[in-house]
Design a protein around this ligand. Structure first.
Ligand code: KIV
Length: 269
């Protein structure tokens, strides 16, 4: 077994939990290939997320909906080969968890063949979460803006501005934790709501467009390097501006998150 394959060198879910307990902010970025994964890993990014955002930033689709489990497996493997420390989460893509059995089969592929340590799925899919956890598959929930529901939502908008919707997101977050999810991503929700949820839950809450009081932050890598096409989301920041290399941009992101300097008020709702 080489150093690269040693499981002991990798951060575990216990290390991520300890960061929340000790008040250390968790840094997360999306990764889709080996070169970027190696760079993020050696820059000390704690969590790599193979997001189905790859459908947009790598494959050029308008949404994440066309991404398949084969795509996710391919990119998860690429990222896994290159990491030596970071915790690895892979997204279950659209319709790959329409029932618990499919969820378990597809999640097993990402863990067994892809090398992921956890899978992420969108929405309060408690039936799937419970079943995956029974099969010993760690799950990260995802609430707020759900990109796989984009055609139902009608657009990429902030979620939870109205009190009844905010309350539903809060209740869903509790239910997810009770169903066995070990991490939660909150996307595009008001900062005050994300703060409340992060304080109420024991599990680590990672925000994207959810304010500085989450336990950690995630961004789409190509957004934070300013190379995504289309409009940059308000909650993102081009960390390459003012830096002379991609590596220093990643270090700047890590430092800003660890010191709770990012997101600033202008990135929040
Ligand atoms: O797919 C993705 O990149 C994600 C992040 C936006 C959290 O789910």
């Amino acid at each position: 077994m080489t150093m690269n394959q040693s499981v002991n060198a990798l951060l575990s879910i216990n290390d991520i939990r300890a960061m929340k307990r000790d008040g250390e902010k968790i840094t997360c970025l999306t990764a889709y290939d080996a070169s970027f994964a190696a760079l993020l890993d050696r820059s000390g990014i704690d969590v790599l997320l193979v997001g189905d955002s790859l459908g947009m930033v790598v494959q050029g689709h308008r949404t994440t909906i066309p991404v398949s489990i084969a795509d996710m497996l391919y990119h998860t493997r690429c990222v896994n080969h290159a990491r030596e420390r970071a915790f690895l989460i892979a997204d279950l893509p659209f319709m790959s968890y329409s029932n618990p059995i499919d969820a378990a089969k597809n999640a097993a592929l990402l863990l067994q063949q892809g090398g992921a340590q956890m899978v992420k799925l969108e929405g309060a899919r408690l039936d799937c979460i419970r079943f995956l956890v029974e099969q010993k598959i760690p799950v990260c929930g995802h609430l707020g803006l759900l990109p796989q529901s984009i055609h139902q939502l009608g657009g990429y908008q902030v979620q939870g501005k109205e009190p009844d919707v905010a309350q539903k997101i809060r209740e869903d977050a509790q239910l997810l934790q009770e169903s066995g999810a070990t991490m939660l991503i909150l996307e595009c929700v008001p900062a005050a709501l994300a703060k409340q949820i992060s304080n109420e839950l024991i599990i680590p809450v990672i925000g994207i467009g959810a304010g500085v009081d989450c336990d950690g932050q995630v961004l789409v890598l190509y957004d934070m390097l300013g190379i995504s096409f289309g409009k940059r989301p308000r909650f993102s920041k081009n960390f390459l501006l003012g830096e002379d290399s991609i590596e220093s941009a990643i270090h700047a992101y890590r430092k800003a998150v660890k010191n709770a300097e990012f997101p600033a008020p202008e990135h929040c709702y």
